[in-house]
Design a protein around this ligand. Sequence first.
Ligand SMILES: [Zn+2]
Ligand SMILES: [Zn+2]
Length: 297
Amino acid sequence: MSAAFVASRLAVSRALAASREAAPLRVLRTASGRVEEVSVEAYVAAVLPGEIGRRAPAPALEAQAVAARSYALARRTRHTEAGADLCDAVHCQVFRGLPAATPETRAAAEATAGTVLVQRGRIIAAPFHAVCGGRTARPRDVWDDEENPDLTPVEDDACSGAPGFAWSFSLPRQELPRLAEALGIPEARFLEIYGRDDTGRVSMVRLAAPGGASRVVRGFDFRKAASEIWGWASVRSTAFEMAESRTEYFLTGRGTGHGAGMCQAGAIARARRGETRDAILGLYYGGATFSTVDSPS
Ligand SMILES: [Zn+2]
Ligand SMILES: [Zn+2]
């Protein structure tokens, strides 16, 4: 074995060890521009109310704690330009300050202290969403991002009683130009579903103009643009069918959110019927395993 090979192996194991030590998180407070330094566990306890609600039963809160901790540690390079790790907004995870933590969310952080989800030796940015609508999505089908974890989609009926499991939205034809403009083809007047991923979600949407010009956009970008114009309760997910009439496009869909990783409504329902935190995590994060970081509270 060459000396160079040994040295490079040592460098790798040192890098891994460093990634296992969870230094405090520097959170960019977007309103003030200040950077607040908080311990990982205090951060996790404080983000849970904003991400899943403090009334969720303990196994669901604990599953969310593991997901939120993993996400934060995997994405802690997102705001280095501001001298921070993460921001306090939806872009990263909603952090309204340490007083947002409750006895229940502190207990969930403590019960799972240091536990993270890993894949191929790296902590994963564990995705989660409100309601999957019957089947979760594959992260790489949602985001165009090489660091997506490889998680196995699952059938999930546990969220069927949740608001947002089924939805509909009417998009009047006369309002289509607003969406077309946001998606970079202002002259478009027609809309069609152009592709679906293997879980049935709309992966591509095509916008076409009377003169023949057209543009294909990702389903994720279509939903994002629609949400910015008509609110989050318009196109709630990319799991939809679309019918058209002379006056409107009528969407009927399932689920709320991107659909990848943990379905929060499903996690809550499963916890209520007695499933454990590890069973919930094992279901929604199939393909990942658990590891522990050293994260003093
Ligand atoms: Zn951010
Ligand atoms: Zn679900």
